[in-house]
Unconditional design. Structure first.
Length: 128
């Protein structure tokens, strides 16, 4: 199983106990080491400020690229991009090779930025 598949399975397994806890008062089962590691990684990524007013998508893209390199992906598979006039709005394109000769390629697309919300109203803060 390749790293991308393990990451997706890890996501499903790490999040699954959260839903189970909400539905019952029974104590949650102890997390496995891979679930603990995934949650730590997930926490690091979601706690990175990527709001347009105070954060940096480029910083998060760099963190993700670093984790991918640590996992063994080559620099040739990771393309970081940032416009010279928007240094905090960078992103990342990663090509993860598959092992099947019969399955079609899969494209996953996501975004790194978030909208700042005002705590007192629960609404998004307008940006310029």
């Amino acid at each position: 199983m390749n790293h991308a598949a393990k990451l997706l399975i890890g996501l499903a397994l790490a999040v699954l106990p959260l839903g189970a806890q909400a539905q019952s008062a029974a104590p949650a089962p102890a997390l496995r080491p891979d679930q603990i590691a995934f949650r730590a990684l997930y926490r690091e990524l979601i706690e990175t400020d990527t709001s347009v007013t105070t954060g940096s998508c480029t910083a998060l893209a760099d963190k993700i690229a670093g984790h991918l390199r640590e996992a063994g992906y080559a620099d040739s598979q990771i393309t970081r991009f940032v416009g010279p006039d928007r240094p905090k709005e960078g992103g990342l394109v990663v090509v993860l090779p598959g092992s099947s000769t019969t399955l079609k390629p899969l494209l996953l697309l996501g975004h790194l930025d978030v909208v700042v919300a005002r705590r007192e109203t629960g609404r998004a803060t307008p940006t310029s």
